[in-house]
Design a protein around this ligand. Structure first.
Ligand code: GLN
Length: 235
């Protein structure tokens, strides 16, 4: 083993998750306060992104994309406030960085929930109904058409999922179930009420990474129509 190999090995041990110097590999942060953040990392990694768990403000630096996982939105929102991450996430989205939220992540990104209570980020102009399909025992899977992914339906896993009760004009509905929107986007913000990170189908994450790569190709400074919509509602 030559000197260089040894040095490389030591560097690897010191930096188990090296961020590539090359500018063309997307670096995606995954909010890792609670919920299924590991599953998102696996899918994004399979698609060629480098991922970073985000728990502190510093972890948001230089990200090309950001994901808020499924879990429990009240817990995620509470910890996000406690860790003083909300302003950083809003600033990241305001700079045009693509953001994707699944289930509890969708709720966290919404303008408000019909139940009120949690102070959400207001990064997509939707009002959500939490636990809209029933309790945990009513969790289910369905094959849904999501035209932006092509003709093959997407296997959608709903776990005590919300639906989108109302959307603002700027929101594009991507997929519906029982007459309610369950996937949508507004500019660089993408949300699904279901969990593509729990199936083998990586197309939703691929769709998100297309946004991330387009943002990177544009030099990361695209002027976006992401505006913060008045930070949630506390009732
Ligand atoms: N029911 C949860 C909430 O309201 C979301 C569940 C999930 O992320 N699978 O936050």
């Amino acid at each position: 083993m030559g000197h260089t190999d040894g040095k490389r090995r030591r560097d690897w041990i010191l930096s188990p998750e090296p961020i590539p110097a090359s500018g063309d590999v997307p670096v995606v942060g995954v909010l890792a306060l609670q919920g299924d953040f590991r599953e998102h990392r696996v899918v994004l990694g399979r698609l060629g992104a480098v991922t970073r768990e985000v728990r502190r403000l510093d972890d948001l630096a230089d990200l090309d994309g950001f994901v808020i996982p499924g879990g429990e939105s009240t817990t995620i929102v509470k910890l996000m406030h406690e860790y003083a991450l909300d302003d950083g996430i809003v600033a990241l989205a305001g700079a045009g960085t693509p953001v994707y939220g699944t289930c509890a992540g969708l709720i966290t990104l919404s303008r408000e929930s019909v139940e009120g209570g949690a102070q959400t980020l207001g990064l997509i102009d939707i009002v959500v109904r939490r636990n809209a399909f029933g309790r945990q025992v009513h969790s289910f899977e369905a094959d849904l058409q999501m035209p932006v992914l092509g003709d093959a339906p997407v296997r959608a896993v709903f776990i005590r999922a919300p639906w989108i009760e109302r959307c603002g004009n700027g929101v594009r509905v991507l997929c519906s179930l029982q007459g309610h929107a369950v996937a949508a986007e507004q500019g660089q913000v993408l949300v699904t009420a279901f969990h593509p990170e729990l199936t083998g189908d990586a197309r939703v994450h691929g769709y998100f990474l297309d946004k991330v790569r387009a943002h990177m190709a544009a030099g990361g400074d695209v002027v976006q129509n992401v505006t913060q919509l008045g930070r949630g509602v506390v009732r």
